[in-house]
Structure formats: C-alpha cells, structure tokens
Design a protein around this ligand. Structure first.
Ligand SMILES: Cc1cc2nc3c(=O)[nH]c(=O)nc-3n(C[C@H](O)[C@H](O)[C@H](O)COP(=O)(O)OP(=O)(O)OC[C@H]3O[C@@H](n4cnc5c(N)ncnc54)[C@H](O)[C@@H]3O)c2cc1C
Length: 196
C-alpha cells in the first residue's frame, strides 16, 4: 500500500509505502524508488527529483513522566505513534505551549516552582491517550484495506477492485463490508479499544 502526502502543493511530496517487516528492510535504491512511484501515480516516465529516502516504523510508545528536576521533555521524545488521525505535531505544539508559559512565569518569579510540576501531570496522560488513539485509528483502517484486496491473487489490489465491481454475491458482500468499515471510522469512540 502506498500513499502521497503534499509537502508543497503541488511540486513536493512524500511518497510512502508499507513493507512486509518479516522480509527485512525494503530496497531504497533510486531505480526501485522511481519504479514504485511510477506505479503509484500511473506514470512510469514522469521526471522526478528524489530529495531523501528513509525507513520509518510505526511506534506505540509513551513515557509516564515528562520532567525531573530541571529537565523537561516534550514532543516525539515522549510520545510516538503512527500518523493516523494527524495527532503528532499538534500534541508536540500543545506540550510546548503548556510548558512555555509555565517556564516564563517561573523564570520571571511570578509563580512558585510547583507550577512546573503540573506540566508532566497534565501532559503525560494526554500523551498516553494520543498514542493509543492513533494506533487504534490505524487498526481501524485494516477492514477498509481488506475490502480492496484479494489475498493470494497475483495482483491483490487489481483483483480486489474487480471483486468490488462484481454485480454478484461476492461484490455485494465486498461493498457491504466497505460500508461497515466506513461506519467504523465514523463511529470511532474517543476511548481506544485496543493497545498493542
Ligand atoms: C510519515 C509521518 C507523517 C506524519 N503526519 C502528521 C500529521 O498529519 N499531522 C501531525 O500533526 N503530525 C504528523 N506527524 C508527526 C509529526 O511530524 C511529529 O510528531 C513532529 O514533527 C515531532 O516534533 P518534535 O519537535 O517532537 O520532533 P522532531 O520533529 O523529530 O524534531 C527533533 C529534532 O531534534 C533533532 N535531533 C535529534 N537528536 C539530536 C541531537 N542529539 N542533538 C541535536 N538535535 C537532535 C532532529 O534532527 C530533529 O530536527 C507525522 C510524522 C511522520 C513520520
């Protein structure tokens, strides 16, 4: 599975794709990357400049204490999770906002040092919740993905789309499953069910 994310519309993009973790890290040679992007966008000869390639893994990690003494941590250093639901950067900015004004008040002598203790108390539970929410959102995409694939087929996605368009019972079942998968995304509870 691959996807494109706009960095600078419409000239700079992130082209991401999943890989089978059991088969080791994927080939990131320029020729392979060009070929995969060509398949993704349906144009194998388009001119591309590749700025950077990297390998990234889904995380489910959070710490329970953001500060000790004079040391204060925030951002991805204390909570890591997949991009699903777009929560990462927002949570980092919220950490910085929470800590910034408290530091200023303490440094200027407007508040007692105890104010700074509230940073970890307030932000650590949010970090945990966000990590669990983002991972749950990722898991909730799995049924949708499954509707568009036929396992074991030479081209699983092409076969999945043929099945999806089938007017017979298999197509009806696939379309119903897709509706159920969309409904799941609509009705996600704010409390994550799963944490792996
Ligand atoms: C593929 C992907 C898609 C994402 N999509 C979204 C999205 O849609 N919405 C959203 O809100 N968030 C998204 N995020 C998450 C978001 O990008 C991160 O949560 C955010 O950038 C983390 O900010 P940060 O400042 O904590 O860490 P970083 O941005 O990682 O910054 C840390 C900095 O520290 C530097 N550094 C590391 N070690 C050292 C060292 N020893 N000395 C000095 N400097 C060092 C690094 O070079 C880096 O510049 C996505 C992330 C990924 C990977």
């Amino acid at each position: 599975m691959s996807l494109l994310r706009a960095v600078r519309p419409w000239t700079q993009w992130i082209a991401g794709r999943g890989f089978d973790i059991d088969k080791g890290e994927p080939d990131l040679s320029e020729s392979d990357v060009r070929e995969k992007i060509g398949i993704l966008i349906g144009d194998p000869v388009i001119g591309l400049d590749i700025v950077r390639t990297s390998i990234w893994y889904v995380n489910q990690a959070y710490v329970t204490q953001y500060s000790r003494g004079r040391v204060f941590c925030g951002g991805d250093a204390v909570h890591r999770h997949p991009p699903s639901s777009g929560l990462g950067n927002n949570t980092c900015v919220q950490d910085a906002h929470n800590l910034g004004w408290k530091l200023a008040y303490s440094v200027k002598g407007w508040a007692r040092p105890k104010l700074l203790e509230s940073y970890s108390q307030e932000r650590a539970p949010v970090g945990k919740q966000v990590v669990q929410r983002a991972n749950q959102s990722r898991l909730d995409y799995a049924p949708l993905n499954a509707c568009f694939r036929v396992q074991g087929a030479e081209n699983a996605v092409a076969a999945g789309i043929v099945r999806f368009r089938d007017p017979g019972p298999e197509g009806v079942a696939a379309r119903k499953a897709a509706q159920a998968a969309l409904d799941l995304k609509q009705t996600e509870s704010s409390t994550p069910k799963a944490s792996r």
